[in-house]
Design a protein around this ligand. Structure first.
Ligand code: ADP
Ligand code: MG
Length: 232
């Protein structure tokens, strides 16, 4: 489905030293499932997600999607990869404050040139436990509710893969748990989810966990046996 090969990404700020955020990272994702990428702050997690999601360019290496290399991608291929193949959820929600909840969700479809019906929007809101919230503005929502709007916005596109970058990072533990339960439910329904986190606890539920450290990836299968373990 998605494979990345030998991805290198170096940031070269105007001041200070260059940072190699991804150092020859190769990774093949399973056809479906819940995959966690775990690493400390600054280890390269967001960079990896952004490069994998086509939101940022790598210096070298390639992404292979359904057998086609990013080297052979047209701009249109990249756009449709980002807009229709993937759904994104970020730590900071990234929802539009000036639009109500329903409009935020509808906008995601509009960007694909599709019009959402009220029925479609209500159905998605129900799925994230926000039934009846369509007319609310984001400033009338808690952090957990905002994140559920962000999940609804990703879901309405019916993406093949959901990529989430520390989706519980800004939330209290109760709201965070609720978000994780929604992802669990989506996973049970067959969604493929790639989730990045620095929280060991939330990764306990994953079928597969990879670890990133200093821009380098080490694969690891997480079993119940090691669930309480201290993986660094
Ligand atoms: P994580 O998400 O795991 O916290 P990041 O992918 O954000 O890590 O960052 C990896 C490394 O790249 C860090 O050392 C960070 O400081 C650096 N970095 C990230 N973005 C930039 C940027 N735009 N310019 C310069 N350095 C950056
Ligand atoms: Mg990050």
């Amino acid at each position: 489905m998605i494979e990345i090969k030998n991805i290198v990404k170096t940031y070269r700020p105007n001041r200070g030293e260059a940072v190699t955020a991804l150092d020859h990272v190769s990774l093949k994702f399973p056809e479906n499932g819940l995959v966690f990428i775990l690493g400390k702050s600054g280890s390269g997690k967001s960079t990896l997600l952004n490069v994998m999601g086509g939101l940022d360019n790598a210096d070298s290496g390639e992404i292979i999607i359904k057998g086609k290399s990013s080297k052979d991608f047209s701009t249109g291929d990249f756009d449709s990869y980002r807009n229709t193949y993937l759904g994104f959820v970020f730590q900071e929600y990234n929802i539009l404050e000036d639009f109500n909840v329903g409009a935020n969700v509808a906008l995601a479809l509009k960007l694909q040139g599709r019009k959402a019906t009220d029925e479609e929007i209500n159905e998605i809101l129900e799925e994230v436990d926000l039934a009846g919230f369509g007319k609310r503005k984001p400033n009338e929502l808690s952090g957990g509710q905002k994140q559920r709007v962000a999940i609804a916005r990703a879901l309405v596109k019916n993406p093949e893969i959901i990529m989430a970058d520390e989706p519980t990072g800004a939330l209290d533990s109760k709201s965070g748990l609720q978000i994780m339960e929604i992802f669990d439910g989506l996973h049970d329904e067959g969604a493929t989810i790639i989730m990045i986190t620095h929280e060991m606890g939330v990764a306990k539920r994953a079928g597969r966990v990879m670890h990133i450290r200093d821009g380098m990836l080490t694969d690891g299968v997480f079993s119940a046996h090691t669930a309480g373990g201290d993986i660094k």
